[in-house]
Design a protein around this ligand. Structure first.
Ligand SMILES: C[S@@+](CC[C@H](N)C(=O)[O-])C[C@H]1O[C@@H](n2cnc3c(N)ncnc32)[C@H](O)[C@@H]1O
Length: 348
């Protein structure tokens, strides 16, 4: 049995933990402030006095000093000597323009995401996404009308893709000629695949406003001669002719019935011997912490989508006309390999 003192220590530790959890909002906003001001960019060449950084980024010196003190304590910046700040490995991720930069993720989380999470309670009560109620349109329709925020979102996706890619790049691409990335965003996934596998040709398929920016990114990467961009909606039709189809971070955006509609459209475009690679998280069925358990809530609150367990993936694929053929595990996303099933999927 615990003594009174032990009970006090347990309670104090619980209060510490509770506060740590409750202050999550400050973490999000400190990262957002640093990202928007460009603090990490000002430190990209090496540590500098905070006073100098404040002038460079146009911030109040005292306020910035206090925000950076908190971010140093969180391990995002370092303090090599009093009054001087530098970048840790985590802080390096905030530098703009580098491959895998997370700067735009921090801005997206501190703005659209943050404001939508204010209505998490409403989503919990109704089971519906909070975004359309707050912003007047479903998420992707809203982005279609707000190019600046769309650019931030697309860059955030591009930043996140670097950490997700290893299992996809390592898949067996040797005998593949053409890959179609359905909902391919800025083209980061196809760009990385084409760079790693010079025999591949690619297609990035996405909404009209998004393929415009994919076209620019692909051209800038010098891959335009091996990659086409096609505009359209995956609820209508998907380009034919791929040996491999990719759905990377797509199906988790949608509830099951819409996800099945997308799968059926992809299945219709595919030859019998083509392969579908779903590049997504799998929610573990244990009680341990896992990124999928919070990303799942982001999907609920912004989009009405969900992360799925392996059982749920197998059932969703079956409804879409596929068989789950295997999984290659990765830290931030798995490759869920699916083959067309003999029986067609649900007709949506
Ligand atoms: C979460 S992002 C994933 C982007 C990319 N696949 C990646 O892994 O980074 C979802 C993508 O789906 C696209 N999208 C949304 N609705 C679509 C539709 N109806 N047809 C085609 N693409 C759509 C969005 O524009 C966005 O690029």
């Amino acid at each position: 049995m615990a003594t009174a003192d032990q009970g006090g220590e347990v309670r104090a530790a619980a209060v510490e933990r509770f506060n740590e959890l409750m202050w999550g909002l400050a973490t999000t906003q400190c990262l957002h402030v640093a990202a928007t001001l460009g603090v990490a960019d000002a430190l990209a060449e090496g540590p500098r006095p905070v006073a100098e950084v404040a002038v460079r980024v146009g911030a109040d010196r005292d306020a910035l000093e206090r925000i950076l003190r908190a971010l140093v304590a969180m391990g995002v910046f370092s303090q090599p000597e009093p009054g001087v700040v530098g970048l840790t490995d985590v802080g390096q991720l905030l530098v703009d323009g580098r491959s895998g930069t997370m700067r735009h993720n921090a801005i997206f989380f501190g703005t659209l995401t943050y404001r939508t999470w204010e209505d998490a309670l409403e989503a919990a009560r109704t089971g519906r996404p909070a975004f359309p109620e707050r912003f007047g349109d479903p998420f992707f329709d809203y982005l279609g009308k707000h190019p600046e925020e769309a650019e931030t979102f697309n860059r955030a996706m591009q930043g996140g893709s670097a950490a997700r890619l290893p299992p996809l790049l390592a898949w067996g691409w040797r005998d593949v000629r053409a890959v179609v990335d359905v909902g391919g965003g800025n083209g980061a996934v196809v760009g990385a695949l084409l760079a790693a596998h010079p025999h591949l040709r690619g297609v990035v398929f996405d909404l009209p406003n998004v393929v415009e920016s994919a076209r620019r990114e692909i051209a800038a990467a010098g891959l335009a001669d091996r990659c086409d961009t096609v505009a359209g909606s995956f609820f209508d039709e998907v380009p034919e002719g791929g040996d491999v189809y990719i759905l990377a971070q797509i199906l988790h955006d949608w509830h099951d019935d819409d996800a099945v509609r997308i799968l059926v459209r992809v299945r219709e475009a595919m030859r019998e011997d083509a392969v579908l690679l779903v590049h997504e998280l799998i929610v573990p069925e244990d009680d341990a912490p896992h990124p999928a358990k919070l990303i799942d809530l982001q999907m609920l609150i912004l989009l009405g989508g969900r992360e799925r367990t392996r059982t749920q993936w197998a059932e969703l694929l079956r409804r879409g006309g596929f068989e789950l053929a295997g999984v290659i595990e990765g830290r931030r996303a798995n490759v869920i390999e699916a083959r067309p099933a003999a029986k067609r999927g649900d007709s949506p």
